[in-house]
Ligand binder design. Sequence first.
Ligand code: TYD
Length: 233
Amino acid sequence: MARGCFITMEGLDGSGKTTQLKRLAAALEAEGHTVVTLRQPGSTALGDRIRGLLLDSRSESSLGPIAPLAELALMFADRAQAIAQIIEPALAAGHIVLCDRYTDSSEAYQGGGRQLGSETVLALHRAVCGGLQPDLTLLLLPPLATSLRRARSRNHRDQRMRGTDENRFERESDEFYRRIYQQYQAIALREPERVVPVTHDGSIEEIQQILREIVSQRISSIDSASTASVQGA
Ligand code: TYD
């Protein structure tokens, strides 16, 4: 069986990524694909525990401030578990893996936002992920002001409605998010083959249409490359 396709979604908090990912998964399933979705941090039992530690702003009061390198290492511990338990088995079975955030988030948030630098993050990626790279990364990068506004209003709404407090990152300053935004732009420039930025600030439906076109083109080019290599073998 041909190896599956690994697609990641990236963007700032409030970029609309999670809504788009759910719709994209439903559309691909309707076309007959088997789609495995996950989010980072999280999606495994270990990952959900790590997510709780990392994202709950109350954890700082019980654990004390989390050191930036500890935060980075926890992100990669989560990722290692997700690769072993979910991503690699799904790819080996020929499925489409749709992952909400991956190493680009660590490079943008810890490398850029927390200023640990890209090299540290990429060295960990090589060691921990064995260089497992997405076949395609959809980077939702509407104007920074739009993302900031959405992230802040979403956070207030979640706290009011559900009493959840996953806002440790969202309490950060605008300067922190500006560095993340710039790091994402730098990643897209460095790896234009893999990373496709969507900068259009349109409706959910308009963006979904753009994403579906990008994904179907990539899936058909992977399919024709694997057919050619089987024929050439
Ligand atoms: P989440 O609620 O999933 O945010 P969103 O819905 O916007 O994706 O929270 C994930 C948070 O964790 C988000 O603020 C980004 C951060 N994060 C990192 O800082 N580094 C990482 O490697 C990953 C995967 C996430």
